[in-house]
Design a binder for this molecule. Structure first.
Ligand code: ZN
Ligand code: ZN
Length: 259
């Protein structure tokens, strides 16, 4: 596996990258859709977080934006590949299972910090126009995971470059970054309460509820999957932050229906 990344050509790397990210986006999106739309509701487990309807055309727009981002992320594999070719980064071919586990843990924590910082930047006056395409999905769907402006995709997509320069990772640890990212990203955009016994967003695995609140309120809860950055920097939202807004929107829709 390690030799593969040294031997492949730049265009081969881009092609493999596009297929890899397309498979991640479509595969995990379909799994999330099946779980949150059919399987879990059929089992009577959990429920929708934001009950408001999804506007017409939203999913088509999410798929369109995501297709471009799959191409960008895939083609962007040429950057880590380039670091290896130039000798600025190296892979550790003989890493033990313990080392891979530790590396993955470090990359999960780094991914959280990197996402939080970039996300905060994307909410500034100067950069927010590049983040608004993602926030057009107020009620999230599994297809919103890669629904990003290209600049946002480039800001988030460079997450492994710095770690690769400072440490020789196993190829398996690096390959797991897009995999755990898409899993966490799907949890965040599922609009589904997978932890119905925790009717609050304090539980550290309750990323679905936290990111639903981020989309419903726009400000606050800037973290990716875990709450530690928001808690540390005081940007976490109270669990009922969107309740009033959703109640008013539903009441207004009902009035509209009655009129
Ligand atoms: Zn945001
Ligand atoms: Zn989002």
């Amino acid at each position: 596996m390690t030799a593969f990344f040294y031997d492949i050509s730049w265009y081969g790397m881009m092609a493999v990258g596009v297929l890899f990210f397309a498979a991640l986006y479509l595969g995990f999106g379909a799994l999330n859709h099946a779980l949150s739309q059919w399987l879990l509701p059929a089992l009577g487990y959990g429920g929708r977080l934001d009950p408001r309807p999804i506007p017409a055309g939203q999913i088509r727009r999410e798929l369109r934006h995501s297709a471009l981002v799959v191409l960008l992320f895939g083609a962007g594999m040429v950057f880590p590949w380039g670091l290896l070719q130039l000798g600025w980064a190296r892979l550790a071919p003989q890493a033990s299972a313990g080392q891979i586990a530790l590396e993955m843990l470090a990359l999960i924590i780094w991914n959280e910090i990197h996402f939080y910082l970039n996300h905060r930047l994307l909410h500034t006056r100067w950069l927010q126009r590049f983040h608004l395409p993602h926030h057009r999905s107020v009620v999230t769907t599994p297809w919103a995971t890669y629904s990003l402006h290209p600049l946002e995709a480039m800001m988030l997509g460079n997450v492994i470059l710095l770690p690769m320069v400072v440490h020789d990772f196993s190829v398996y640890s690096l390959m797991m970054v897009p995999v755990f990212s898409i899993i966490f990203n799907n949890i965040g955009h599922s609009n589904y309460d997978f932890l119905p016994d925790y009717q609050h967003d304090r539980w550290w695995l309750n990323g679905a509820r936290r990111h639903h609140l981020h989309h419903a309120c726009y400000h606050g809860n800037y973290g990716f999957m875990f709450p530690f950055m928001d808690r540390w920097l005081g940007t976490d939202l109270p669990p009922d932050a969107a309740a009033e807004k959703i109640r008013r929107a539903l009441a207004k829709a009902e009035q509209g229906d009655a009129a």
